[in-house]
Design a protein around this ligand. Structure first.
Ligand SMILES: NC(=O)c1ccc[n+]([C@@H]2O[C@H](COP(=O)([O-])OP(=O)(O)OC[C@H]3O[C@@H](n4cnc5c(N)ncnc54)[C@H](OP(=O)(O)O)[C@@H]3O)[C@@H](O)[C@H]2O)c1
Length: 324
């Protein structure tokens, strides 16, 4: 396993992290979830991503129980705040009130004294940035949060947050969590240059395009039972963004390229993300231990430059000059 500094900051993350959206505390039973965490740690993964909103707190609760079996300083724990946690007007967003209350609620659910990385899940246009920066700084000074970051914030807002934090003498955001994969390259255009300029690391989500980049979905065929694509309660984003026959055909070509390199398609897809200099780590969501074992192999995969370029051409999505 390779470990990288989170952007310019001191904490080191494994290049693969374990995620928990739709899986731990939801569609994956507790026994399998505990086994996934064990396999993750045994395989060198040292960080876990969750969110208060994942199944309205249930992901954090499940992880909190599992993590009691491990030493707290052996892993980096990341969670998020912003999404609705109740029906009241203050039960969402990035106000000082909601961030502070949810920080305490997350600490309880996770059964821990501090959050390593506290992420603003999305921007909150109804709260001044100064207010969010100040509460993150206050929680940091209280030792409840070590670092804070953002997720899916536009480049201009990331820059503004860095500038404001500096002017206020507060801790700046250290990370961004964007959607990023061969099938979603938008961050390359503005977000990555902004993060590189300001020293934020990117810990990227949906690196397998919800499983499409594993090559397990074939064009013209119905998705197999038990997959995310076959489940109407989980598949709306992936069907919208990634599921045309043309895209599935391109992934089948990629699967052959992966085979020629002795890799699985999932490993090639994750290793491709990790080649961008703005990316610190990819977050792996899994429903089975075998998937995690497969994905951990991406950390050791070294993709030749010509294969990297070929993949960029097969999945165009950003200006050529923006690619490394
Ligand atoms: N910040 C945000 O807004 C945000 C949003 C989404 C996710 N996230 C974070 O990012 C993590 C990853 O996101 P994601 O789950 O969308 O990632 P993903 O890697 O694109 O998709 C994961 C899904 O693909 C399938 N899969 C994974 N590895 C596989 C393998 N080797 N072979 C076959 N199928 C495989 C599994 O689904 P099936 O087995 O069900 O097919 C798995 O649940 C989440 O857990 C969460 O922590 C953050």
């Amino acid at each position: 396993m390779e470990y990288r500094n989170l952007g310019k900051w001191g904490v080191k993350l494994s290049t693969i992290g374990l995620g928990s959206y739709l899986t731990i505390g939801m569609h994956v039973d507790d026994e399998t979830a505990a086994e996934c965490v064990k396999v993750a740690f045994d395989g060198g993964i040292n960080w876990i991503d969750t969110a208060n909103a994942y199944n309205r707190g249930q992901a954090e609760i499940a992880l909190g129980k599992i993590l009691q079996d491990y030493e707290r300083d052996d892993y980096v724990l990341a969670t998020k705040v912003w999404a609705p946690m109740g029906d009241g007007p203050n039960d969402r967003g990035l106000s000082a009130k909601h961030v502070c209350e949810q920080c305490h609620a997350s600490l309880q659910r996770l059964q821990t004294d501090y959050i390593d990385l506290y992420q603003c899940h999305r921007p909150d246009p109804e709260t001044p940035l100064e207010e969010t920066i100040r509460i993150m700084d206050d929680l940091s000074r209280q030792g409840k949060v070590l670092y804070w970051g953002v997720s899916e914030w536009p480049a201009a807002m990331i820059q503004e947050a860095c500038d404001l934090a500096k002017a206020m003498g507060c801790r700046p955001p250290v990370s961004n969590q964007p959607r990023y994969s061969l099938m979603w390259r938008e961050p390359e255009e503005q977000v990555y240059p902004t993060c590189l300029h300001n020293g934020l690391g990117n810990v990227v989500f949906s690196p397998l395009a919800h499983g499409v980049l594993t090559g397990k979905y074939e064009p013209g065929q119905a998705p197999a039972e038990g997959t995310r694509a076959a489940d109407d309660t989980q598949n709306s984003i992936m069907l919208d963004l990634y599921f045309s026959d043309q895209q599935l055909r391109t992934v089948q070509q990629m699967k052959e390229m992966a085979g020629d390199l002795g890799l699985t398609c999932a490993q090639l897809a994750m290793a491709w993300c990790l080649k961008h200099p703005a990316v610190t780590s990819v977050i792996s969501g899994v429903t089975k231990v075998s998937q995690l074992q497969d994905n951990i192999g991406a950390a050791e995969a070294d993709i030749p430059d010509d294969v990297y370029q070929k993949l960029c051409e097969m999945f165009p999505g950003a200006a050529e000059s923006d690619a490394p």
